[in-house]
Structure formats: structure tokens, C-alpha cells
Design a protein around this ligand. Structure first.
Ligand code: DAH
Length: 339
């Protein structure tokens, strides 16, 4: 029996010496000292020993067990220390290393222009209205006095979802939505995204942005429209900006006009931004057509109004000197960082 114990001790010590990680060490512990371990088995079999042998063997087993336990613990500590050493070596932090730069984003040029225009009109007592981008054709066209055979309704210009539903091709349908819901006085602007079936080039994009304006009240006249837009042009593009109106046609206004502003880069002398013209085309506008008022439940005998609409990209491009509209949609941070 003594020899068997000695053999167990010899084997286990050899195995502990050879093992090289905590997992293997644990397996050795189970193999010898566990419930079903080899050393434990000897204690269990003590019944078959004589009374004289029992304390001797028992004492021996306990001695060996304590020795093994102590050795295993020592080995375990060694493994832990080695692990810590490698972690300290591999996970060291160089506190002198320069930190990573945190870059701060900025508002997109389109958003900047929209916010600037909103500020100007809020200051003139306007409210900001909103409408859906997936719009009923009836709002995008019919209520705006644009009959079914009007060329603007053409499949080539408008993205149709169904016969009756389109991606709005202008922010003007918000006019109709507001007039239906709200009694005059109405003073709103509506910035938003619009869609047209245009191919992409330096000055066209199938997705772009407009800002719509609408005022309806008693005794609103063309002079109100002109004064408002002149004020807006000066605030947005500079105090010396001049504005001129040219007759035009829009189905939803009568009379209609297009407004140009004097070039705010060259002051009207002619330069690259205004393409030598001295003037930059800014927006469409006019007095709200009586049909439109009627279609939206407002009596044209009692009320009149003016409306206008312009493209945000065009203003952003002129103001920031951007020559290609595509840059505004590519989201290249090297471009966007400049604004
Ligand atoms: N909706 C027109 C367009 O997209 C712009 C416009 C012209 C809006 C005249 C108006 C307006 O409100 O009165 O070309």
C-alpha cells in the first residue's frame, strides 16, 4: 500500500511539473485529489486494512495530499504571475502617444441655407409649414390649377407612384394643404425636398430642395409680394442686392413673374457666378390664382394672396461658389468640411 501511495506521489509530481497551463493543472487536481481521484480512492478503501495499518496509511495519504495541494497551489500562482507578465507586456499603454482627433461635423450647406431663410421669414411673422413628399396628384397639380393635360404632369417630369400619387415635384402642394386647413390670415413658408425625373448633371438633380412661400389675407396686393421679396433678397444676399421682376407663367398664379437678383458677387458688372449677366434668376412668384383659392375653400372675392417658390441648391451654389450641384449630394467630407 505504501508503495502504491509513493507511486501516486511520484506520478502526480511528475505531471504537475510537466503541465503548462491552469486547465491542465486542474485536471491533475481532479485526477488525484477529486472525489473519484486516485488518492481519495485509497482513503475510501481503508476498511480492508488492519487496525494497526489504518492510522499509518491514513496519515501517509493525508501527508501526500497536503503536499500535492501545496505544490498545485504554488504552480497555480506561477501561472497567474506569468499571465500577468505577458498581459503587462502586450497591453501596455503609451501615455505619451498623441490622442485621436475628434472631428466635429457641420451643417450641410443646404441645411444652412434653409435655416437662414427660415430665420428671415420667422422674423417677418411667417410660420413654417410641412407636407408629405409622397403626395396626392390632386395636391401636386389639380388644386394648383394644373389640369390633367398640362405638360408639367407629364411622365417625363414627374415620378408617379400610381396614377394618383406622385413624388411631389414642387413644394407648392403645401399651399393647398395649408389653405384647406387654415383660415386666412395665412403666412407660411415651407422648405422641403422635391423630385423630378431629370438626369444628373452640374445643374440638375432628380432630388433637390425648394422653399415655398404663401400669404393669404384681405387686400394682399402685388406690392406686398414685391416688398417682401426685396426685403428677403437684401437680408439673404446682402443689403445692396437689387431685385427685378419679369413676366412669366405659372398655372397657380395670375399674374405670374420670375424674379432675378443683382449678382451679389460682382454687384451686377458681370462675372463667372452670374455668367456675365449681372443678374441671377432667383425664383417664381405671383398672385395666387382665384381658382386655387376656390379649390382650397377660400373665397377669392374676400381674400387675395401671393406665393413664391425657389430652389435651395441654386442659392447655396451661388452663395458658396459651388460650381457643380453633384457635390451637394455626394457627401464627401472633404467637400462638406469647407462650409
Ligand atoms: N412651384 C414652382 C416650380 O417648382 C415655383 C413657384 C412659382 C412657386 C410660382 C410658387 C409660385 O409658389 O407662385 O417651378
Amino acid at each position: 500500500m505504501k508503495e502504491k501511495i509513493a507511486k501516486i506521489k511520484e506520478n502526480s509530481i511528475k505531471e504537475i511539473n510537466q503541465c503548462n497551463d491552469e486547465k491542465a493543472l486542474n485536471e491533475i487536481r481532479v485526477k488525484y485529489l477529486g472525489k473519484k481521484g486516485e488518492l481519495t480512492a485509497i482513503l475510501r478503501g481503508m476498511g480492508s486494512l488492519t487496525a494497526e495499518e489504518r492510522p499509518i496509511i491514513g496519515g501517509l495519504v493525508n501527508e501526500v495530499r497536503d503536499e500535492l495541494e501545496a505544490f498545485i497551489q504554488k504552480k497555480e500562482k506561477e501561472f497567474k504571475r506569468k499571465e500577468l507578465e505577458t498581459r503587462l507586456k502586450t497591453e501596455n499603454i503609451d501615455v505619451t502617444e498623441p490622442s485621436k482627433k475628434v472631428t466635429l461635423g457641420s451643417l450641410h450647406p443646404i441645411t444652412q441655407i434653409i435655416e437662414e431663410v427660415e430665420e428671415i421669414f420667422l422674423g417677418m411673422g411667417y410660420q413654417i409649414a410641412d407636407g408629405p413628399e409622397v403626395e396626392k396628384a390632386i395636391y401636386n397639380f389639380d388644386k394648383l390649377n394644373t389640369p390633367v393635360d398640362h405638360p408639367a404632369r407629364d411622365l417625363q417630369d414627374t415620378f408617379y407612384i400610381t396614377d394618383d400619387i406622385v413624388l411631389r415635384s414642387q413644394t407648392s402642394p403645401v399651399q393647398a394643404r395649408v389653405m384647406e386647413k387654415q383660415k386666412p390670415p395665412i403666412k407660411i413658408i415651407c422648405p422641403g425636398t422635391v423630385y423630378r425625373s431629370d438626369s444628373v448633371d452640374a445643374t440638375h438633380s432628380p432630388v433637390f430642395h425648394q422653399i415655398e412661400g404663401l400669404v393669404v389675407d384681405k387686400n394682399i396686393a402685388m406690392t406686398d409680394l414685391k416688398g417682401t421679396l426685396e426685403m428677403f433678397a437684401k437680408k439673404c444676399l446682402g443689403e445692396n442686392t437689387k431685385i427685378r421682376f419679369r413676366p412669366h407663367h405659372f398655372p397657380f398664379t395670375e399674374p405670374s413673374a420670375e424674379a432675378d437678383v443683382s449678382c451679389f458677387v460682382c454687384g451686377g458688372k458681370g462675372c463667372r457666378v452670374c455668367k456675365g449677366e449681372g443678374w441671377i434668376e432667383l425664383l417664381g412668384c405671383g398672385m395666387v390664382h382665384p381658382n386655387v383659392l376656390t379649390y382650397c375653400g377660400i373665397d377669392p372675392e374676400e381674400y387675395s394672396g401671393f406665393a413664391f417658390g425657389f430652389g435651395v441648391e441654386r442659392i447655396a451654389m451661388a452663395k458658396f461658389g459651388i460650381e457643380d450641384m453633384r457635390l451637394l449630394f455626394e457627401n464627401d467630407v472633404r467637400f462638406l468640411k469647407q462650409f
